[in-house]
Design a protein around this ligand. Structure first.
Ligand code: NAD
Length: 494
Protein backbone atom coordinates (compact mmCIF):
# COMPACT_ATOMS: atom_id res chain seq x y z
CA UNK A 1 0.00 0.00 0.00
CA UNK A 2 1.25 3.48 -0.83
CA UNK A 3 0.15 6.84 0.55
CA UNK A 4 0.00 10.32 -0.93
CA UNK A 5 2.74 12.77 -0.02
CA UNK A 6 1.74 16.02 1.68
CA UNK A 7 0.76 18.70 -0.85
CA UNK A 8 3.89 20.80 -0.28
CA UNK A 9 2.32 23.61 1.69
CA UNK A 10 3.84 24.63 5.02
CA UNK A 11 1.99 24.90 8.31
CA UNK A 12 2.51 28.53 9.26
CA UNK A 13 0.76 29.67 12.40
CA UNK A 14 -1.98 27.10 11.92
CA UNK A 15 -2.62 27.90 8.24
CA UNK A 16 -1.52 25.81 5.29
CA UNK A 17 0.28 28.06 2.85
CA UNK A 18 2.94 27.80 0.17
CA UNK A 19 6.43 28.62 1.33
CA UNK A 20 8.19 31.62 -0.15
CA UNK A 21 11.76 30.31 0.30
CA UNK A 22 13.94 28.27 -2.07
CA UNK A 23 12.76 24.86 -3.26
CA UNK A 24 13.74 21.75 -1.35
CA UNK A 25 13.47 18.16 -2.51
CA UNK A 26 12.77 15.04 -0.53
CA UNK A 27 14.22 11.97 -2.22
CA UNK A 28 13.83 8.25 -1.74
CA UNK A 29 17.53 7.54 -1.51
CA UNK A 30 17.02 3.77 -1.85
CA UNK A 31 16.40 4.24 -5.58
CA UNK A 32 17.24 7.90 -6.10
CA UNK A 33 13.69 8.85 -7.06
CA UNK A 34 12.12 12.11 -6.04
CA UNK A 35 9.36 12.14 -3.43
CA UNK A 36 8.42 15.78 -3.79
CA UNK A 37 9.83 19.25 -4.38
CA UNK A 38 8.30 22.27 -2.76
CA UNK A 39 9.04 25.81 -1.64
CA UNK A 40 10.63 25.93 1.79
CA UNK A 41 10.09 28.57 4.45
CA UNK A 42 11.60 32.02 4.03
CA UNK A 43 12.44 34.60 6.69
CA UNK A 44 9.04 36.19 6.10
CA UNK A 45 7.28 32.87 6.65
CA UNK A 46 9.16 32.44 9.92
CA UNK A 47 8.35 35.98 11.06
CA UNK A 48 4.70 35.39 10.30
CA UNK A 49 4.72 32.09 12.23
CA UNK A 50 6.39 33.80 15.21
CA UNK A 51 3.82 36.56 15.14
CA UNK A 52 0.93 34.12 15.20
CA UNK A 53 2.62 31.95 17.81
CA UNK A 54 2.98 34.94 20.12
CA UNK A 55 -0.73 35.74 19.86
CA UNK A 56 -1.81 32.12 20.28
CA UNK A 57 0.46 31.50 23.25
CA UNK A 58 -0.64 34.67 25.04
CA UNK A 59 -4.31 33.77 24.68
CA UNK A 60 -5.69 32.89 28.13
CA UNK A 61 -7.69 30.14 26.42
CA UNK A 62 -4.37 28.29 26.05
CA UNK A 63 -2.21 29.83 28.73
CA UNK A 64 -4.68 29.36 31.56
CA UNK A 65 -5.86 25.91 30.57
CA UNK A 66 -5.75 23.58 33.51
CA UNK A 67 -3.18 20.83 33.15
CA UNK A 68 -5.72 18.03 32.75
CA UNK A 69 -7.48 20.06 30.04
CA UNK A 70 -4.29 20.77 28.14
CA UNK A 71 -3.37 17.12 28.45
CA UNK A 72 -6.41 16.17 26.36
CA UNK A 73 -4.79 17.79 23.32
CA UNK A 74 -1.70 15.66 23.80
CA UNK A 75 -3.80 12.51 24.13
CA UNK A 76 -5.67 13.39 20.94
CA UNK A 77 -2.42 13.96 19.06
CA UNK A 78 -1.15 10.60 20.37
CA UNK A 79 -4.35 8.93 19.16
CA UNK A 80 -3.97 10.65 15.78
CA UNK A 81 -0.44 9.33 15.38
CA UNK A 82 -1.53 5.82 16.40
CA UNK A 83 -4.44 5.90 13.96
CA UNK A 84 -2.09 6.95 11.13
CA UNK A 85 0.83 4.75 12.02
CA UNK A 86 0.97 2.90 8.70
CA UNK A 87 0.85 6.12 6.73
CA UNK A 88 3.46 7.84 8.90
CA UNK A 89 5.88 4.95 8.81
CA UNK A 90 5.45 4.58 5.04
CA UNK A 91 6.17 8.29 4.55
CA UNK A 92 9.12 8.13 6.92
CA UNK A 93 10.62 5.21 5.01
CA UNK A 94 10.26 7.19 1.79
CA UNK A 95 11.71 10.34 3.32
CA UNK A 96 14.69 8.78 5.15
CA UNK A 97 15.04 5.25 3.68
CA UNK A 98 14.61 3.78 7.15
CA UNK A 99 13.34 0.20 7.19
CA UNK A 100 9.61 -0.16 7.67
CA UNK A 101 10.18 -1.94 10.97
CA UNK A 102 12.20 0.93 12.35
CA UNK A 103 9.92 3.62 10.93
CA UNK A 104 6.97 1.84 12.51
CA UNK A 105 8.69 1.67 15.89
CA UNK A 106 9.58 5.37 15.74
CA UNK A 107 6.01 6.36 14.92
CA UNK A 108 4.79 4.22 17.84
CA UNK A 109 7.29 5.89 20.12
CA UNK A 110 6.13 9.34 18.97
CA UNK A 111 2.55 8.49 19.95
CA UNK A 112 3.79 7.19 23.31
CA UNK A 113 5.75 10.39 23.84
CA UNK A 114 2.66 12.59 23.45
CA UNK A 115 0.69 10.27 25.73
CA UNK A 116 3.45 10.24 28.33
CA UNK A 117 3.79 14.01 28.50
CA UNK A 118 0.00 14.35 28.76
CA UNK A 119 0.21 12.08 31.80
CA UNK A 120 3.25 13.88 33.23
CA UNK A 121 1.43 17.18 32.87
CA UNK A 122 -1.62 15.87 34.69
CA UNK A 123 0.41 14.42 37.53
CA UNK A 124 3.21 16.94 38.03
CA UNK A 125 2.97 19.05 41.16
CA UNK A 126 4.25 22.47 42.05
CA UNK A 127 6.08 22.82 45.35
CA UNK A 128 4.94 24.15 48.65
CA UNK A 129 8.26 24.80 50.37
CA UNK A 130 9.22 24.81 54.04
CA UNK A 131 8.99 28.34 55.44
CA UNK A 132 11.46 29.82 57.96
CA UNK A 133 9.11 32.54 59.14
CA UNK A 134 5.47 33.58 59.23
CA UNK A 135 4.88 33.21 55.53
CA UNK A 136 4.02 30.61 52.99
CA UNK A 137 6.37 29.84 50.14
CA UNK A 138 5.68 28.13 46.86
CA UNK A 139 7.61 27.33 43.74
CA UNK A 140 5.50 27.14 40.60
CA UNK A 141 6.21 26.46 36.95
CA UNK A 142 5.09 28.68 34.08
CA UNK A 143 5.38 28.29 30.34
CA UNK A 144 8.36 29.94 28.66
CA UNK A 145 6.43 31.31 25.68
CA UNK A 146 7.81 30.48 22.24
CA UNK A 147 10.02 27.43 21.78
CA UNK A 148 12.01 26.62 18.65
CA UNK A 149 12.52 22.93 17.97
CA UNK A 150 15.22 22.19 15.40
CA UNK A 151 15.56 18.54 14.41
CA UNK A 152 17.86 16.35 12.28
CA UNK A 153 16.95 13.94 9.50
CA UNK A 154 17.77 10.63 11.12
CA UNK A 155 14.62 9.96 13.20
CA UNK A 156 12.27 12.81 12.37
CA UNK A 157 8.99 11.72 13.95
CA UNK A 158 10.64 10.69 17.21
CA UNK A 159 12.80 13.83 17.49
CA UNK A 160 9.83 16.05 16.64
CA UNK A 161 7.67 14.39 19.30
CA UNK A 162 10.44 14.48 21.91
CA UNK A 163 10.45 18.27 21.65
CA UNK A 164 6.91 19.24 20.65
CA UNK A 165 5.14 17.07 23.26
CA UNK A 166 6.79 18.45 26.42
CA UNK A 167 6.92 21.98 24.99
CA UNK A 168 3.17 22.00 24.25
CA UNK A 169 2.41 20.26 27.54
CA UNK A 170 4.21 23.08 29.30
CA UNK A 171 1.89 25.60 27.63
CA UNK A 172 4.27 26.98 25.00
CA UNK A 173 3.88 27.55 21.28
CA UNK A 174 6.28 25.53 19.14
CA UNK A 175 8.09 26.47 15.94
CA UNK A 176 9.40 23.26 14.44
CA UNK A 177 12.12 23.19 11.81
CA UNK A 178 12.87 19.77 10.35
CA UNK A 179 16.02 19.01 8.36
CA UNK A 180 15.87 19.73 4.63
CA UNK A 181 16.52 16.08 3.72
CA UNK A 182 13.49 14.90 5.70
CA UNK A 183 10.73 17.51 5.62
CA UNK A 184 7.74 15.24 5.02
CA UNK A 185 7.12 13.72 8.42
CA UNK A 186 6.94 16.99 10.32
CA UNK A 187 4.31 18.24 7.85
CA UNK A 188 2.40 15.02 8.45
CA UNK A 189 2.61 15.64 12.19
CA UNK A 190 1.17 19.13 11.59
CA UNK A 191 -1.83 17.57 9.85
CA UNK A 192 -2.44 15.31 12.84
CA UNK A 193 -2.02 18.16 15.30
CA UNK A 194 -4.53 20.22 13.33
CA UNK A 195 -7.02 17.33 13.34
CA UNK A 196 -6.53 17.05 17.10
CA UNK A 197 -7.93 20.58 17.34
CA UNK A 198 -4.88 22.32 18.79
CA UNK A 199 -5.61 26.06 18.60
CA UNK A 200 -4.09 27.72 15.53
CA UNK A 201 -0.65 29.23 15.93
CA UNK A 202 0.58 26.91 18.67
CA UNK A 203 2.47 24.75 16.18
CA UNK A 204 4.19 25.82 12.99
CA UNK A 205 6.23 23.53 10.78
CA UNK A 206 8.86 25.39 8.80
CA UNK A 207 11.13 23.24 6.65
CA UNK A 208 13.95 25.41 5.42
CA UNK A 209 17.62 26.13 5.38
CA UNK A 210 19.54 25.83 8.63
CA UNK A 211 21.49 28.98 8.03
CA UNK A 212 18.47 31.16 7.32
CA UNK A 213 15.39 29.64 8.94
CA UNK A 214 17.28 27.85 11.71
CA UNK A 215 19.35 30.87 12.70
CA UNK A 216 16.30 33.14 12.80
CA UNK A 217 14.49 30.63 15.01
CA UNK A 218 17.29 31.03 17.52
CA UNK A 219 18.16 34.72 17.20
CA UNK A 220 14.67 36.19 17.16
CA UNK A 221 14.06 38.09 20.41
CA UNK A 222 10.62 36.51 20.95
CA UNK A 223 12.02 32.97 21.07
CA UNK A 224 12.48 32.01 24.71
CA UNK A 225 14.02 28.56 24.40
CA UNK A 226 15.63 26.41 21.74
CA UNK A 227 15.66 22.66 21.75
CA UNK A 228 18.15 21.40 19.18
CA UNK A 229 19.14 17.96 18.00
CA UNK A 230 21.84 17.69 15.38
CA UNK A 231 25.54 17.86 14.74
CA UNK A 232 28.04 19.14 17.28
CA UNK A 233 29.37 22.02 15.18
CA UNK A 234 25.84 23.30 14.48
CA UNK A 235 25.00 22.93 18.18
CA UNK A 236 28.08 24.89 19.20
CA UNK A 237 27.16 27.68 16.78
CA UNK A 238 23.60 27.84 18.14
CA UNK A 239 24.89 27.83 21.72
CA UNK A 240 26.86 31.00 20.89
CA UNK A 241 23.74 32.66 19.50
CA UNK A 242 21.76 31.60 22.59
CA UNK A 243 24.48 32.92 24.89
CA UNK A 244 24.14 36.38 23.35
CA UNK A 245 20.49 36.38 24.40
CA UNK A 246 21.12 34.52 27.67
CA UNK A 247 18.48 32.11 26.46
CA UNK A 248 18.21 28.48 27.58
CA UNK A 249 19.11 25.98 24.89
CA UNK A 250 19.21 22.22 25.10
CA UNK A 251 21.57 20.39 22.78
CA UNK A 252 21.37 16.75 21.76
CA UNK A 253 24.47 16.35 19.62
CA UNK A 254 26.73 13.76 18.08
CA UNK A 255 28.50 10.74 19.53
CA UNK A 256 31.35 8.28 19.14
CA UNK A 257 30.06 5.76 21.60
CA UNK A 258 32.21 2.93 22.94
CA UNK A 259 31.03 -0.65 23.21
CA UNK A 260 33.09 -2.80 25.57
CA UNK A 261 33.18 -6.58 25.30
CA UNK A 262 34.79 -8.51 28.17
CA UNK A 263 36.08 -12.09 27.92
CA UNK A 264 33.38 -13.20 30.39
CA UNK A 265 30.46 -12.04 28.22
CA UNK A 266 27.81 -14.19 26.57
CA UNK A 267 29.40 -13.99 23.13
CA UNK A 268 26.29 -14.76 21.12
CA UNK A 269 24.38 -11.98 22.86
CA UNK A 270 27.29 -9.59 22.54
CA UNK A 271 27.78 -10.20 18.81
CA UNK A 272 24.10 -9.58 18.08
CA UNK A 273 24.14 -6.50 20.32
CA UNK A 274 27.25 -5.03 18.75
CA UNK A 275 25.93 -5.57 15.22
CA UNK A 276 22.59 -4.01 16.11
CA UNK A 277 24.29 -1.18 18.00
CA UNK A 278 26.29 0.00 15.01
CA UNK A 279 24.52 -1.22 11.86
CA UNK A 280 20.82 -0.67 12.65
CA UNK A 281 19.60 2.59 11.07
CA UNK A 282 22.55 2.03 8.69
CA UNK A 283 24.73 3.52 11.41
CA UNK A 284 22.96 6.87 11.11
CA UNK A 285 22.26 7.09 14.76
CA UNK A 286 23.73 9.47 17.33
CA UNK A 287 24.03 6.62 19.82
CA UNK A 288 25.60 4.14 17.40
CA UNK A 289 28.25 2.03 19.13
CA UNK A 290 30.95 3.02 16.65
CA UNK A 291 34.08 2.25 18.72
CA UNK A 292 34.35 -1.37 19.80
CA UNK A 293 36.81 -2.46 22.48
CA UNK A 294 37.25 -6.24 22.80
CA UNK A 295 39.31 -7.86 25.55
CA UNK A 296 42.55 -9.14 24.03
CA UNK A 297 42.06 -12.75 25.23
CA UNK A 298 39.00 -13.20 22.98
CA UNK A 299 39.78 -10.52 20.39
CA UNK A 300 40.65 -12.71 17.39
CA UNK A 301 37.77 -15.13 17.81
CA UNK A 302 35.20 -12.46 18.63
CA UNK A 303 36.17 -10.18 15.75
CA UNK A 304 36.16 -13.08 13.28
CA UNK A 305 32.63 -14.00 14.37
CA UNK A 306 31.59 -10.36 14.21
CA UNK A 307 32.81 -10.06 10.63
CA UNK A 308 30.88 -13.21 9.75
CA UNK A 309 27.78 -11.68 11.36
CA UNK A 310 28.18 -8.38 9.53
CA UNK A 311 28.50 -10.19 6.20
CA UNK A 312 25.28 -12.09 6.92
CA UNK A 313 23.24 -8.93 7.51
CA UNK A 314 20.61 -8.38 4.86
CA UNK A 315 21.27 -5.14 3.01
CA UNK A 316 18.33 -4.02 0.95
CA UNK A 317 15.32 -1.90 0.19
CA UNK A 318 13.63 -0.42 3.27
CA UNK A 319 10.25 -1.75 2.12
CA UNK A 320 11.51 -5.34 2.09
CA UNK A 321 10.51 -6.89 5.43
CA UNK A 322 13.77 -8.91 5.48
CA UNK A 323 16.02 -5.85 5.27
CA UNK A 324 18.25 -5.09 8.24
CA UNK A 325 20.57 -2.50 6.71
CA UNK A 326 18.89 -0.09 4.35
CA UNK A 327 20.06 2.70 2.08
CA UNK A 328 21.64 5.77 3.63
CA UNK A 329 19.51 8.90 3.81
CA UNK A 330 21.11 10.65 0.84
CA UNK A 331 23.81 10.03 -1.75
CA UNK A 332 25.71 13.07 -0.41
CA UNK A 333 25.80 11.53 3.03
CA UNK A 334 27.15 8.27 1.62
CA UNK A 335 29.89 10.30 -0.07
CA UNK A 336 30.82 11.72 3.33
CA UNK A 337 31.00 8.21 4.84
CA UNK A 338 33.12 7.04 1.90
CA UNK A 339 35.48 9.93 2.62
CA UNK A 340 35.93 8.72 6.22
CA UNK A 341 36.65 5.14 5.10
CA UNK A 342 39.21 6.41 2.59
CA UNK A 343 40.85 8.41 5.40
CA UNK A 344 40.83 5.31 7.63
CA UNK A 345 42.72 3.38 4.92
CA UNK A 346 45.21 6.21 4.64
CA UNK A 347 45.68 6.14 8.42
CA UNK A 348 46.63 2.46 8.18
CA UNK A 349 43.25 0.91 8.96
CA UNK A 350 42.58 -2.62 7.76
CA UNK A 351 39.11 -3.08 6.29
CA UNK A 352 37.96 -6.44 7.63
CA UNK A 353 34.68 -6.30 5.76
CA UNK A 354 32.68 -3.78 3.73
CA UNK A 355 34.40 -0.53 2.83
CA UNK A 356 32.44 -0.45 -0.44
CA UNK A 357 29.03 -0.13 -2.02
CA UNK A 358 27.13 -3.39 -2.51
CA UNK A 359 27.09 -4.61 -6.09
CA UNK A 360 24.11 -5.59 -8.20
CA UNK A 361 21.12 -4.12 -9.94
CA UNK A 362 19.12 -3.85 -6.71
CA UNK A 363 21.62 -1.40 -5.30
CA UNK A 364 22.86 0.54 -8.30
CA UNK A 365 20.47 3.49 -8.00
CA UNK A 366 20.43 3.72 -4.20
CA UNK A 367 22.72 5.25 -1.57
CA UNK A 368 23.73 1.87 -0.17
CA UNK A 369 26.92 1.14 1.74
CA UNK A 370 28.06 -2.17 3.13
CA UNK A 371 28.45 -2.72 6.88
CA UNK A 372 32.10 -1.95 7.42
CA UNK A 373 34.50 -3.11 10.13
CA UNK A 374 37.95 -1.59 10.44
CA UNK A 375 40.85 -2.84 12.59
CA UNK A 376 44.46 -1.81 13.05
CA UNK A 377 43.82 1.74 14.24
CA UNK A 378 44.44 3.25 17.63
CA UNK A 379 41.95 5.29 19.58
CA UNK A 380 43.90 8.39 18.48
CA UNK A 381 43.08 7.87 14.78
CA UNK A 382 40.67 10.39 13.19
CA UNK A 383 38.35 7.50 12.43
CA UNK A 384 38.06 6.86 16.17
CA UNK A 385 37.68 10.49 17.16
CA UNK A 386 35.19 11.85 14.64
CA UNK A 387 31.57 10.93 14.24
CA UNK A 388 31.09 9.19 10.88
CA UNK A 389 27.33 8.68 11.22
CA UNK A 390 27.30 5.66 8.94
CA UNK A 391 27.70 1.85 9.04
CA UNK A 392 31.35 1.94 10.06
CA UNK A 393 32.75 0.21 13.14
CA UNK A 394 36.32 0.43 14.41
CA UNK A 395 37.56 -2.46 16.59
CA UNK A 396 40.42 -2.26 19.09
CA UNK A 397 41.78 -4.68 21.71
CA UNK A 398 42.13 -3.85 25.41
CA UNK A 399 43.82 -5.55 28.35
CA UNK A 400 41.99 -4.73 31.54
CA UNK A 401 39.33 -2.59 33.15
CA UNK A 402 41.51 0.48 33.73
CA UNK A 403 42.87 0.30 30.21
CA UNK A 404 39.41 0.26 28.63
CA UNK A 405 37.97 2.96 30.89
CA UNK A 406 40.82 5.27 29.86
CA UNK A 407 40.31 4.55 26.14
CA UNK A 408 36.51 4.78 26.27
CA UNK A 409 36.69 8.13 28.05
CA UNK A 410 39.38 9.47 25.74
CA UNK A 411 36.87 11.10 23.42
CA UNK A 412 35.33 14.54 23.06
CA UNK A 413 31.91 12.87 23.07
CA UNK A 414 29.92 11.45 25.96
CA UNK A 415 26.62 10.17 24.63
CA UNK A 416 26.30 6.42 25.18
CA UNK A 417 28.19 3.26 26.07
CA UNK A 418 27.56 -0.49 25.88
CA UNK A 419 29.09 -3.06 28.24
CA UNK A 420 28.97 -6.82 27.67
CA UNK A 421 29.99 -9.02 30.61
CA UNK A 422 28.50 -11.54 33.05
CA UNK A 423 30.29 -9.87 35.97
CA UNK A 424 27.64 -7.50 37.31
CA UNK A 425 29.77 -5.65 39.89
CA UNK A 426 32.30 -4.96 37.12
CA UNK A 427 29.52 -3.71 34.82
CA UNK A 428 28.38 -1.29 37.52
CA UNK A 429 31.91 -0.08 38.18
CA UNK A 430 32.30 0.67 34.49
CA UNK A 431 28.87 2.19 34.14
CA UNK A 432 29.78 4.72 36.83
CA UNK A 433 33.28 5.36 35.47
CA UNK A 434 32.46 5.96 31.83
CA UNK A 435 31.48 9.44 30.76
CA UNK A 436 28.17 8.97 28.93
CA UNK A 437 24.59 10.14 29.25
CA UNK A 438 23.33 6.56 28.78
CA UNK A 439 25.01 3.24 29.57
CA UNK A 440 23.60 -0.08 28.41
CA UNK A 441 24.64 -3.28 30.20
CA UNK A 442 24.17 -6.44 28.14
CA UNK A 443 21.86 -4.58 25.80
CA UNK A 444 22.09 -1.66 23.41
CA UNK A 445 19.72 0.99 22.02
CA UNK A 446 16.97 0.14 24.51
CA UNK A 447 14.81 3.16 25.25
CA UNK A 448 12.08 4.20 27.61
CA UNK A 449 10.32 7.57 27.43
CA UNK A 450 10.43 7.70 31.23
CA UNK A 451 14.25 7.51 31.30
CA UNK A 452 16.14 10.78 30.78
CA UNK A 453 18.35 10.97 27.69
CA UNK A 454 21.16 13.30 26.69
CA UNK A 455 24.89 13.71 26.39
CA UNK A 456 27.94 15.24 28.00
CA UNK A 457 30.87 17.11 26.46
CA UNK A 458 30.63 17.39 22.68
CA UNK A 459 27.45 15.28 22.83
CA UNK A 460 25.49 18.18 24.25
CA UNK A 461 23.83 19.46 27.36
CA UNK A 462 20.44 19.06 28.94
CA UNK A 463 18.22 16.01 29.11
CA UNK A 464 15.06 15.07 27.23
CA UNK A 465 12.37 12.59 28.27
CA UNK A 466 11.45 11.50 31.78
CA UNK A 467 9.26 13.51 34.14
CA UNK A 468 11.88 16.26 34.30
CA UNK A 469 11.61 16.58 30.51
CA UNK A 470 8.57 18.82 31.08
CA UNK A 471 10.57 21.18 33.32
CA UNK A 472 13.00 21.90 30.48
CA UNK A 473 10.19 23.88 28.84
CA UNK A 474 9.07 25.83 31.90
CA UNK A 475 10.23 28.77 33.97
CA UNK A 476 10.31 28.24 37.70
CA UNK A 477 8.99 31.02 39.91
CA UNK A 478 9.04 31.18 43.71
CA UNK A 479 6.33 33.06 45.57
CA UNK A 480 6.34 34.13 49.25
CA UNK A 481 3.22 35.32 51.00
CA UNK A 482 3.39 36.80 54.50
CA UNK A 483 0.37 36.01 56.63
CA UNK A 484 1.58 37.34 60.01
CA UNK A 485 -0.09 40.73 59.56
CA UNK A 486 2.87 42.32 61.43
CA UNK A 487 4.76 45.26 59.90
CA UNK A 488 8.35 44.65 59.07
CA UNK A 489 10.70 45.87 61.86
CA UNK A 490 12.02 48.51 59.44
CA UNK A 491 8.69 50.28 59.52
CA UNK A 492 8.75 51.92 62.96
CA UNK A 493 5.99 54.52 62.93
CA UNK A 494 6.38 57.44 65.37
P1 NAD B 1 22.80 19.20 11.40
O1 NAD B 1 23.46 19.80 12.58
O2 NAD B 1 23.41 19.43 10.07
O3 NAD B 1 21.30 19.69 11.27
C1 NAD B 1 20.37 19.55 12.33
C2 NAD B 1 19.29 20.60 12.17
O4 NAD B 1 19.90 21.88 12.34
C3 NAD B 1 18.66 20.63 10.79
O5 NAD B 1 17.29 20.97 10.91
C4 NAD B 1 19.43 21.73 10.09
O6 NAD B 1 18.72 22.33 9.02
C5 NAD B 1 19.62 22.70 11.24
N1 NAD B 1 20.74 23.63 11.04
C6 NAD B 1 21.86 23.43 10.32
N2 NAD B 1 22.65 24.55 10.36
C7 NAD B 1 21.99 25.45 11.13
C8 NAD B 1 22.27 26.78 11.56
N3 NAD B 1 23.38 27.41 11.19
N4 NAD B 1 21.37 27.40 12.35
C9 NAD B 1 20.25 26.76 12.75
N5 NAD B 1 19.92 25.52 12.37
C10 NAD B 1 20.78 24.86 11.57
O7 NAD B 1 22.67 17.64 11.71
P2 NAD B 1 22.07 16.51 10.76
O8 NAD B 1 23.10 16.18 9.72
O9 NAD B 1 20.69 16.87 10.31
O10 NAD B 1 21.92 15.30 11.79
C11 NAD B 1 22.95 14.47 12.12
C12 NAD B 1 23.55 14.85 13.46
O11 NAD B 1 22.56 14.87 14.46
C13 NAD B 1 24.59 13.85 13.91
O12 NAD B 1 25.72 14.53 14.42
C14 NAD B 1 23.89 13.11 15.03
O13 NAD B 1 24.76 12.55 15.98
C15 NAD B 1 23.05 14.18 15.61
N6 NAD B 1 21.94 13.59 16.38
C16 NAD B 1 21.98 13.66 17.74
C17 NAD B 1 20.96 13.07 18.49
C18 NAD B 1 20.97 13.11 20.00
O14 NAD B 1 19.91 12.92 20.58
N7 NAD B 1 22.08 13.34 20.65
C19 NAD B 1 19.90 12.43 17.84
C20 NAD B 1 19.90 12.38 16.46
C21 NAD B 1 20.93 12.98 15.74
Amino acid sequence: MTYPFPDGRLFVGGEWQSGTGPEITSTFAADGSENMTFASASRDDVLSAIDRARTAQADPAWRNLRPHERATYLYRIADGISANIERISWLQSRDTSKTRTEAHALAGSAAATFRYFGAVLETSDDLMTTPRGAYQSFSVHDSIGLVSAITPWNSPIASDAQKAAPALAAGNAVLLKPASWSPIISLELARIVEEAGLPKGLLSVLPGSGREVGNLLVEHPDIGKVSFTGGTSTGRHLAHLAAEKLMPISLELGGKSPTIVFEDCDEDLAIAGVLFGIFSSTGQSCIAGSRLFVQRSIYDRFVARLVEGAEALRVGNPFDAQTQVSSMVHADHRASVEGYVKAAREEGGEILTGGARPEGADYSQGAYYLPTIIAGLTNQAHTCREEIFGPVLVVMPFDDEDDVIAMANDSAYGLACGIWSRDHPKCWRLARAIRAGTVWINTFKQFSISTPFGGDGASGMGREKGREGLRAYQRQKSIYEDHSGRPHPWARWP
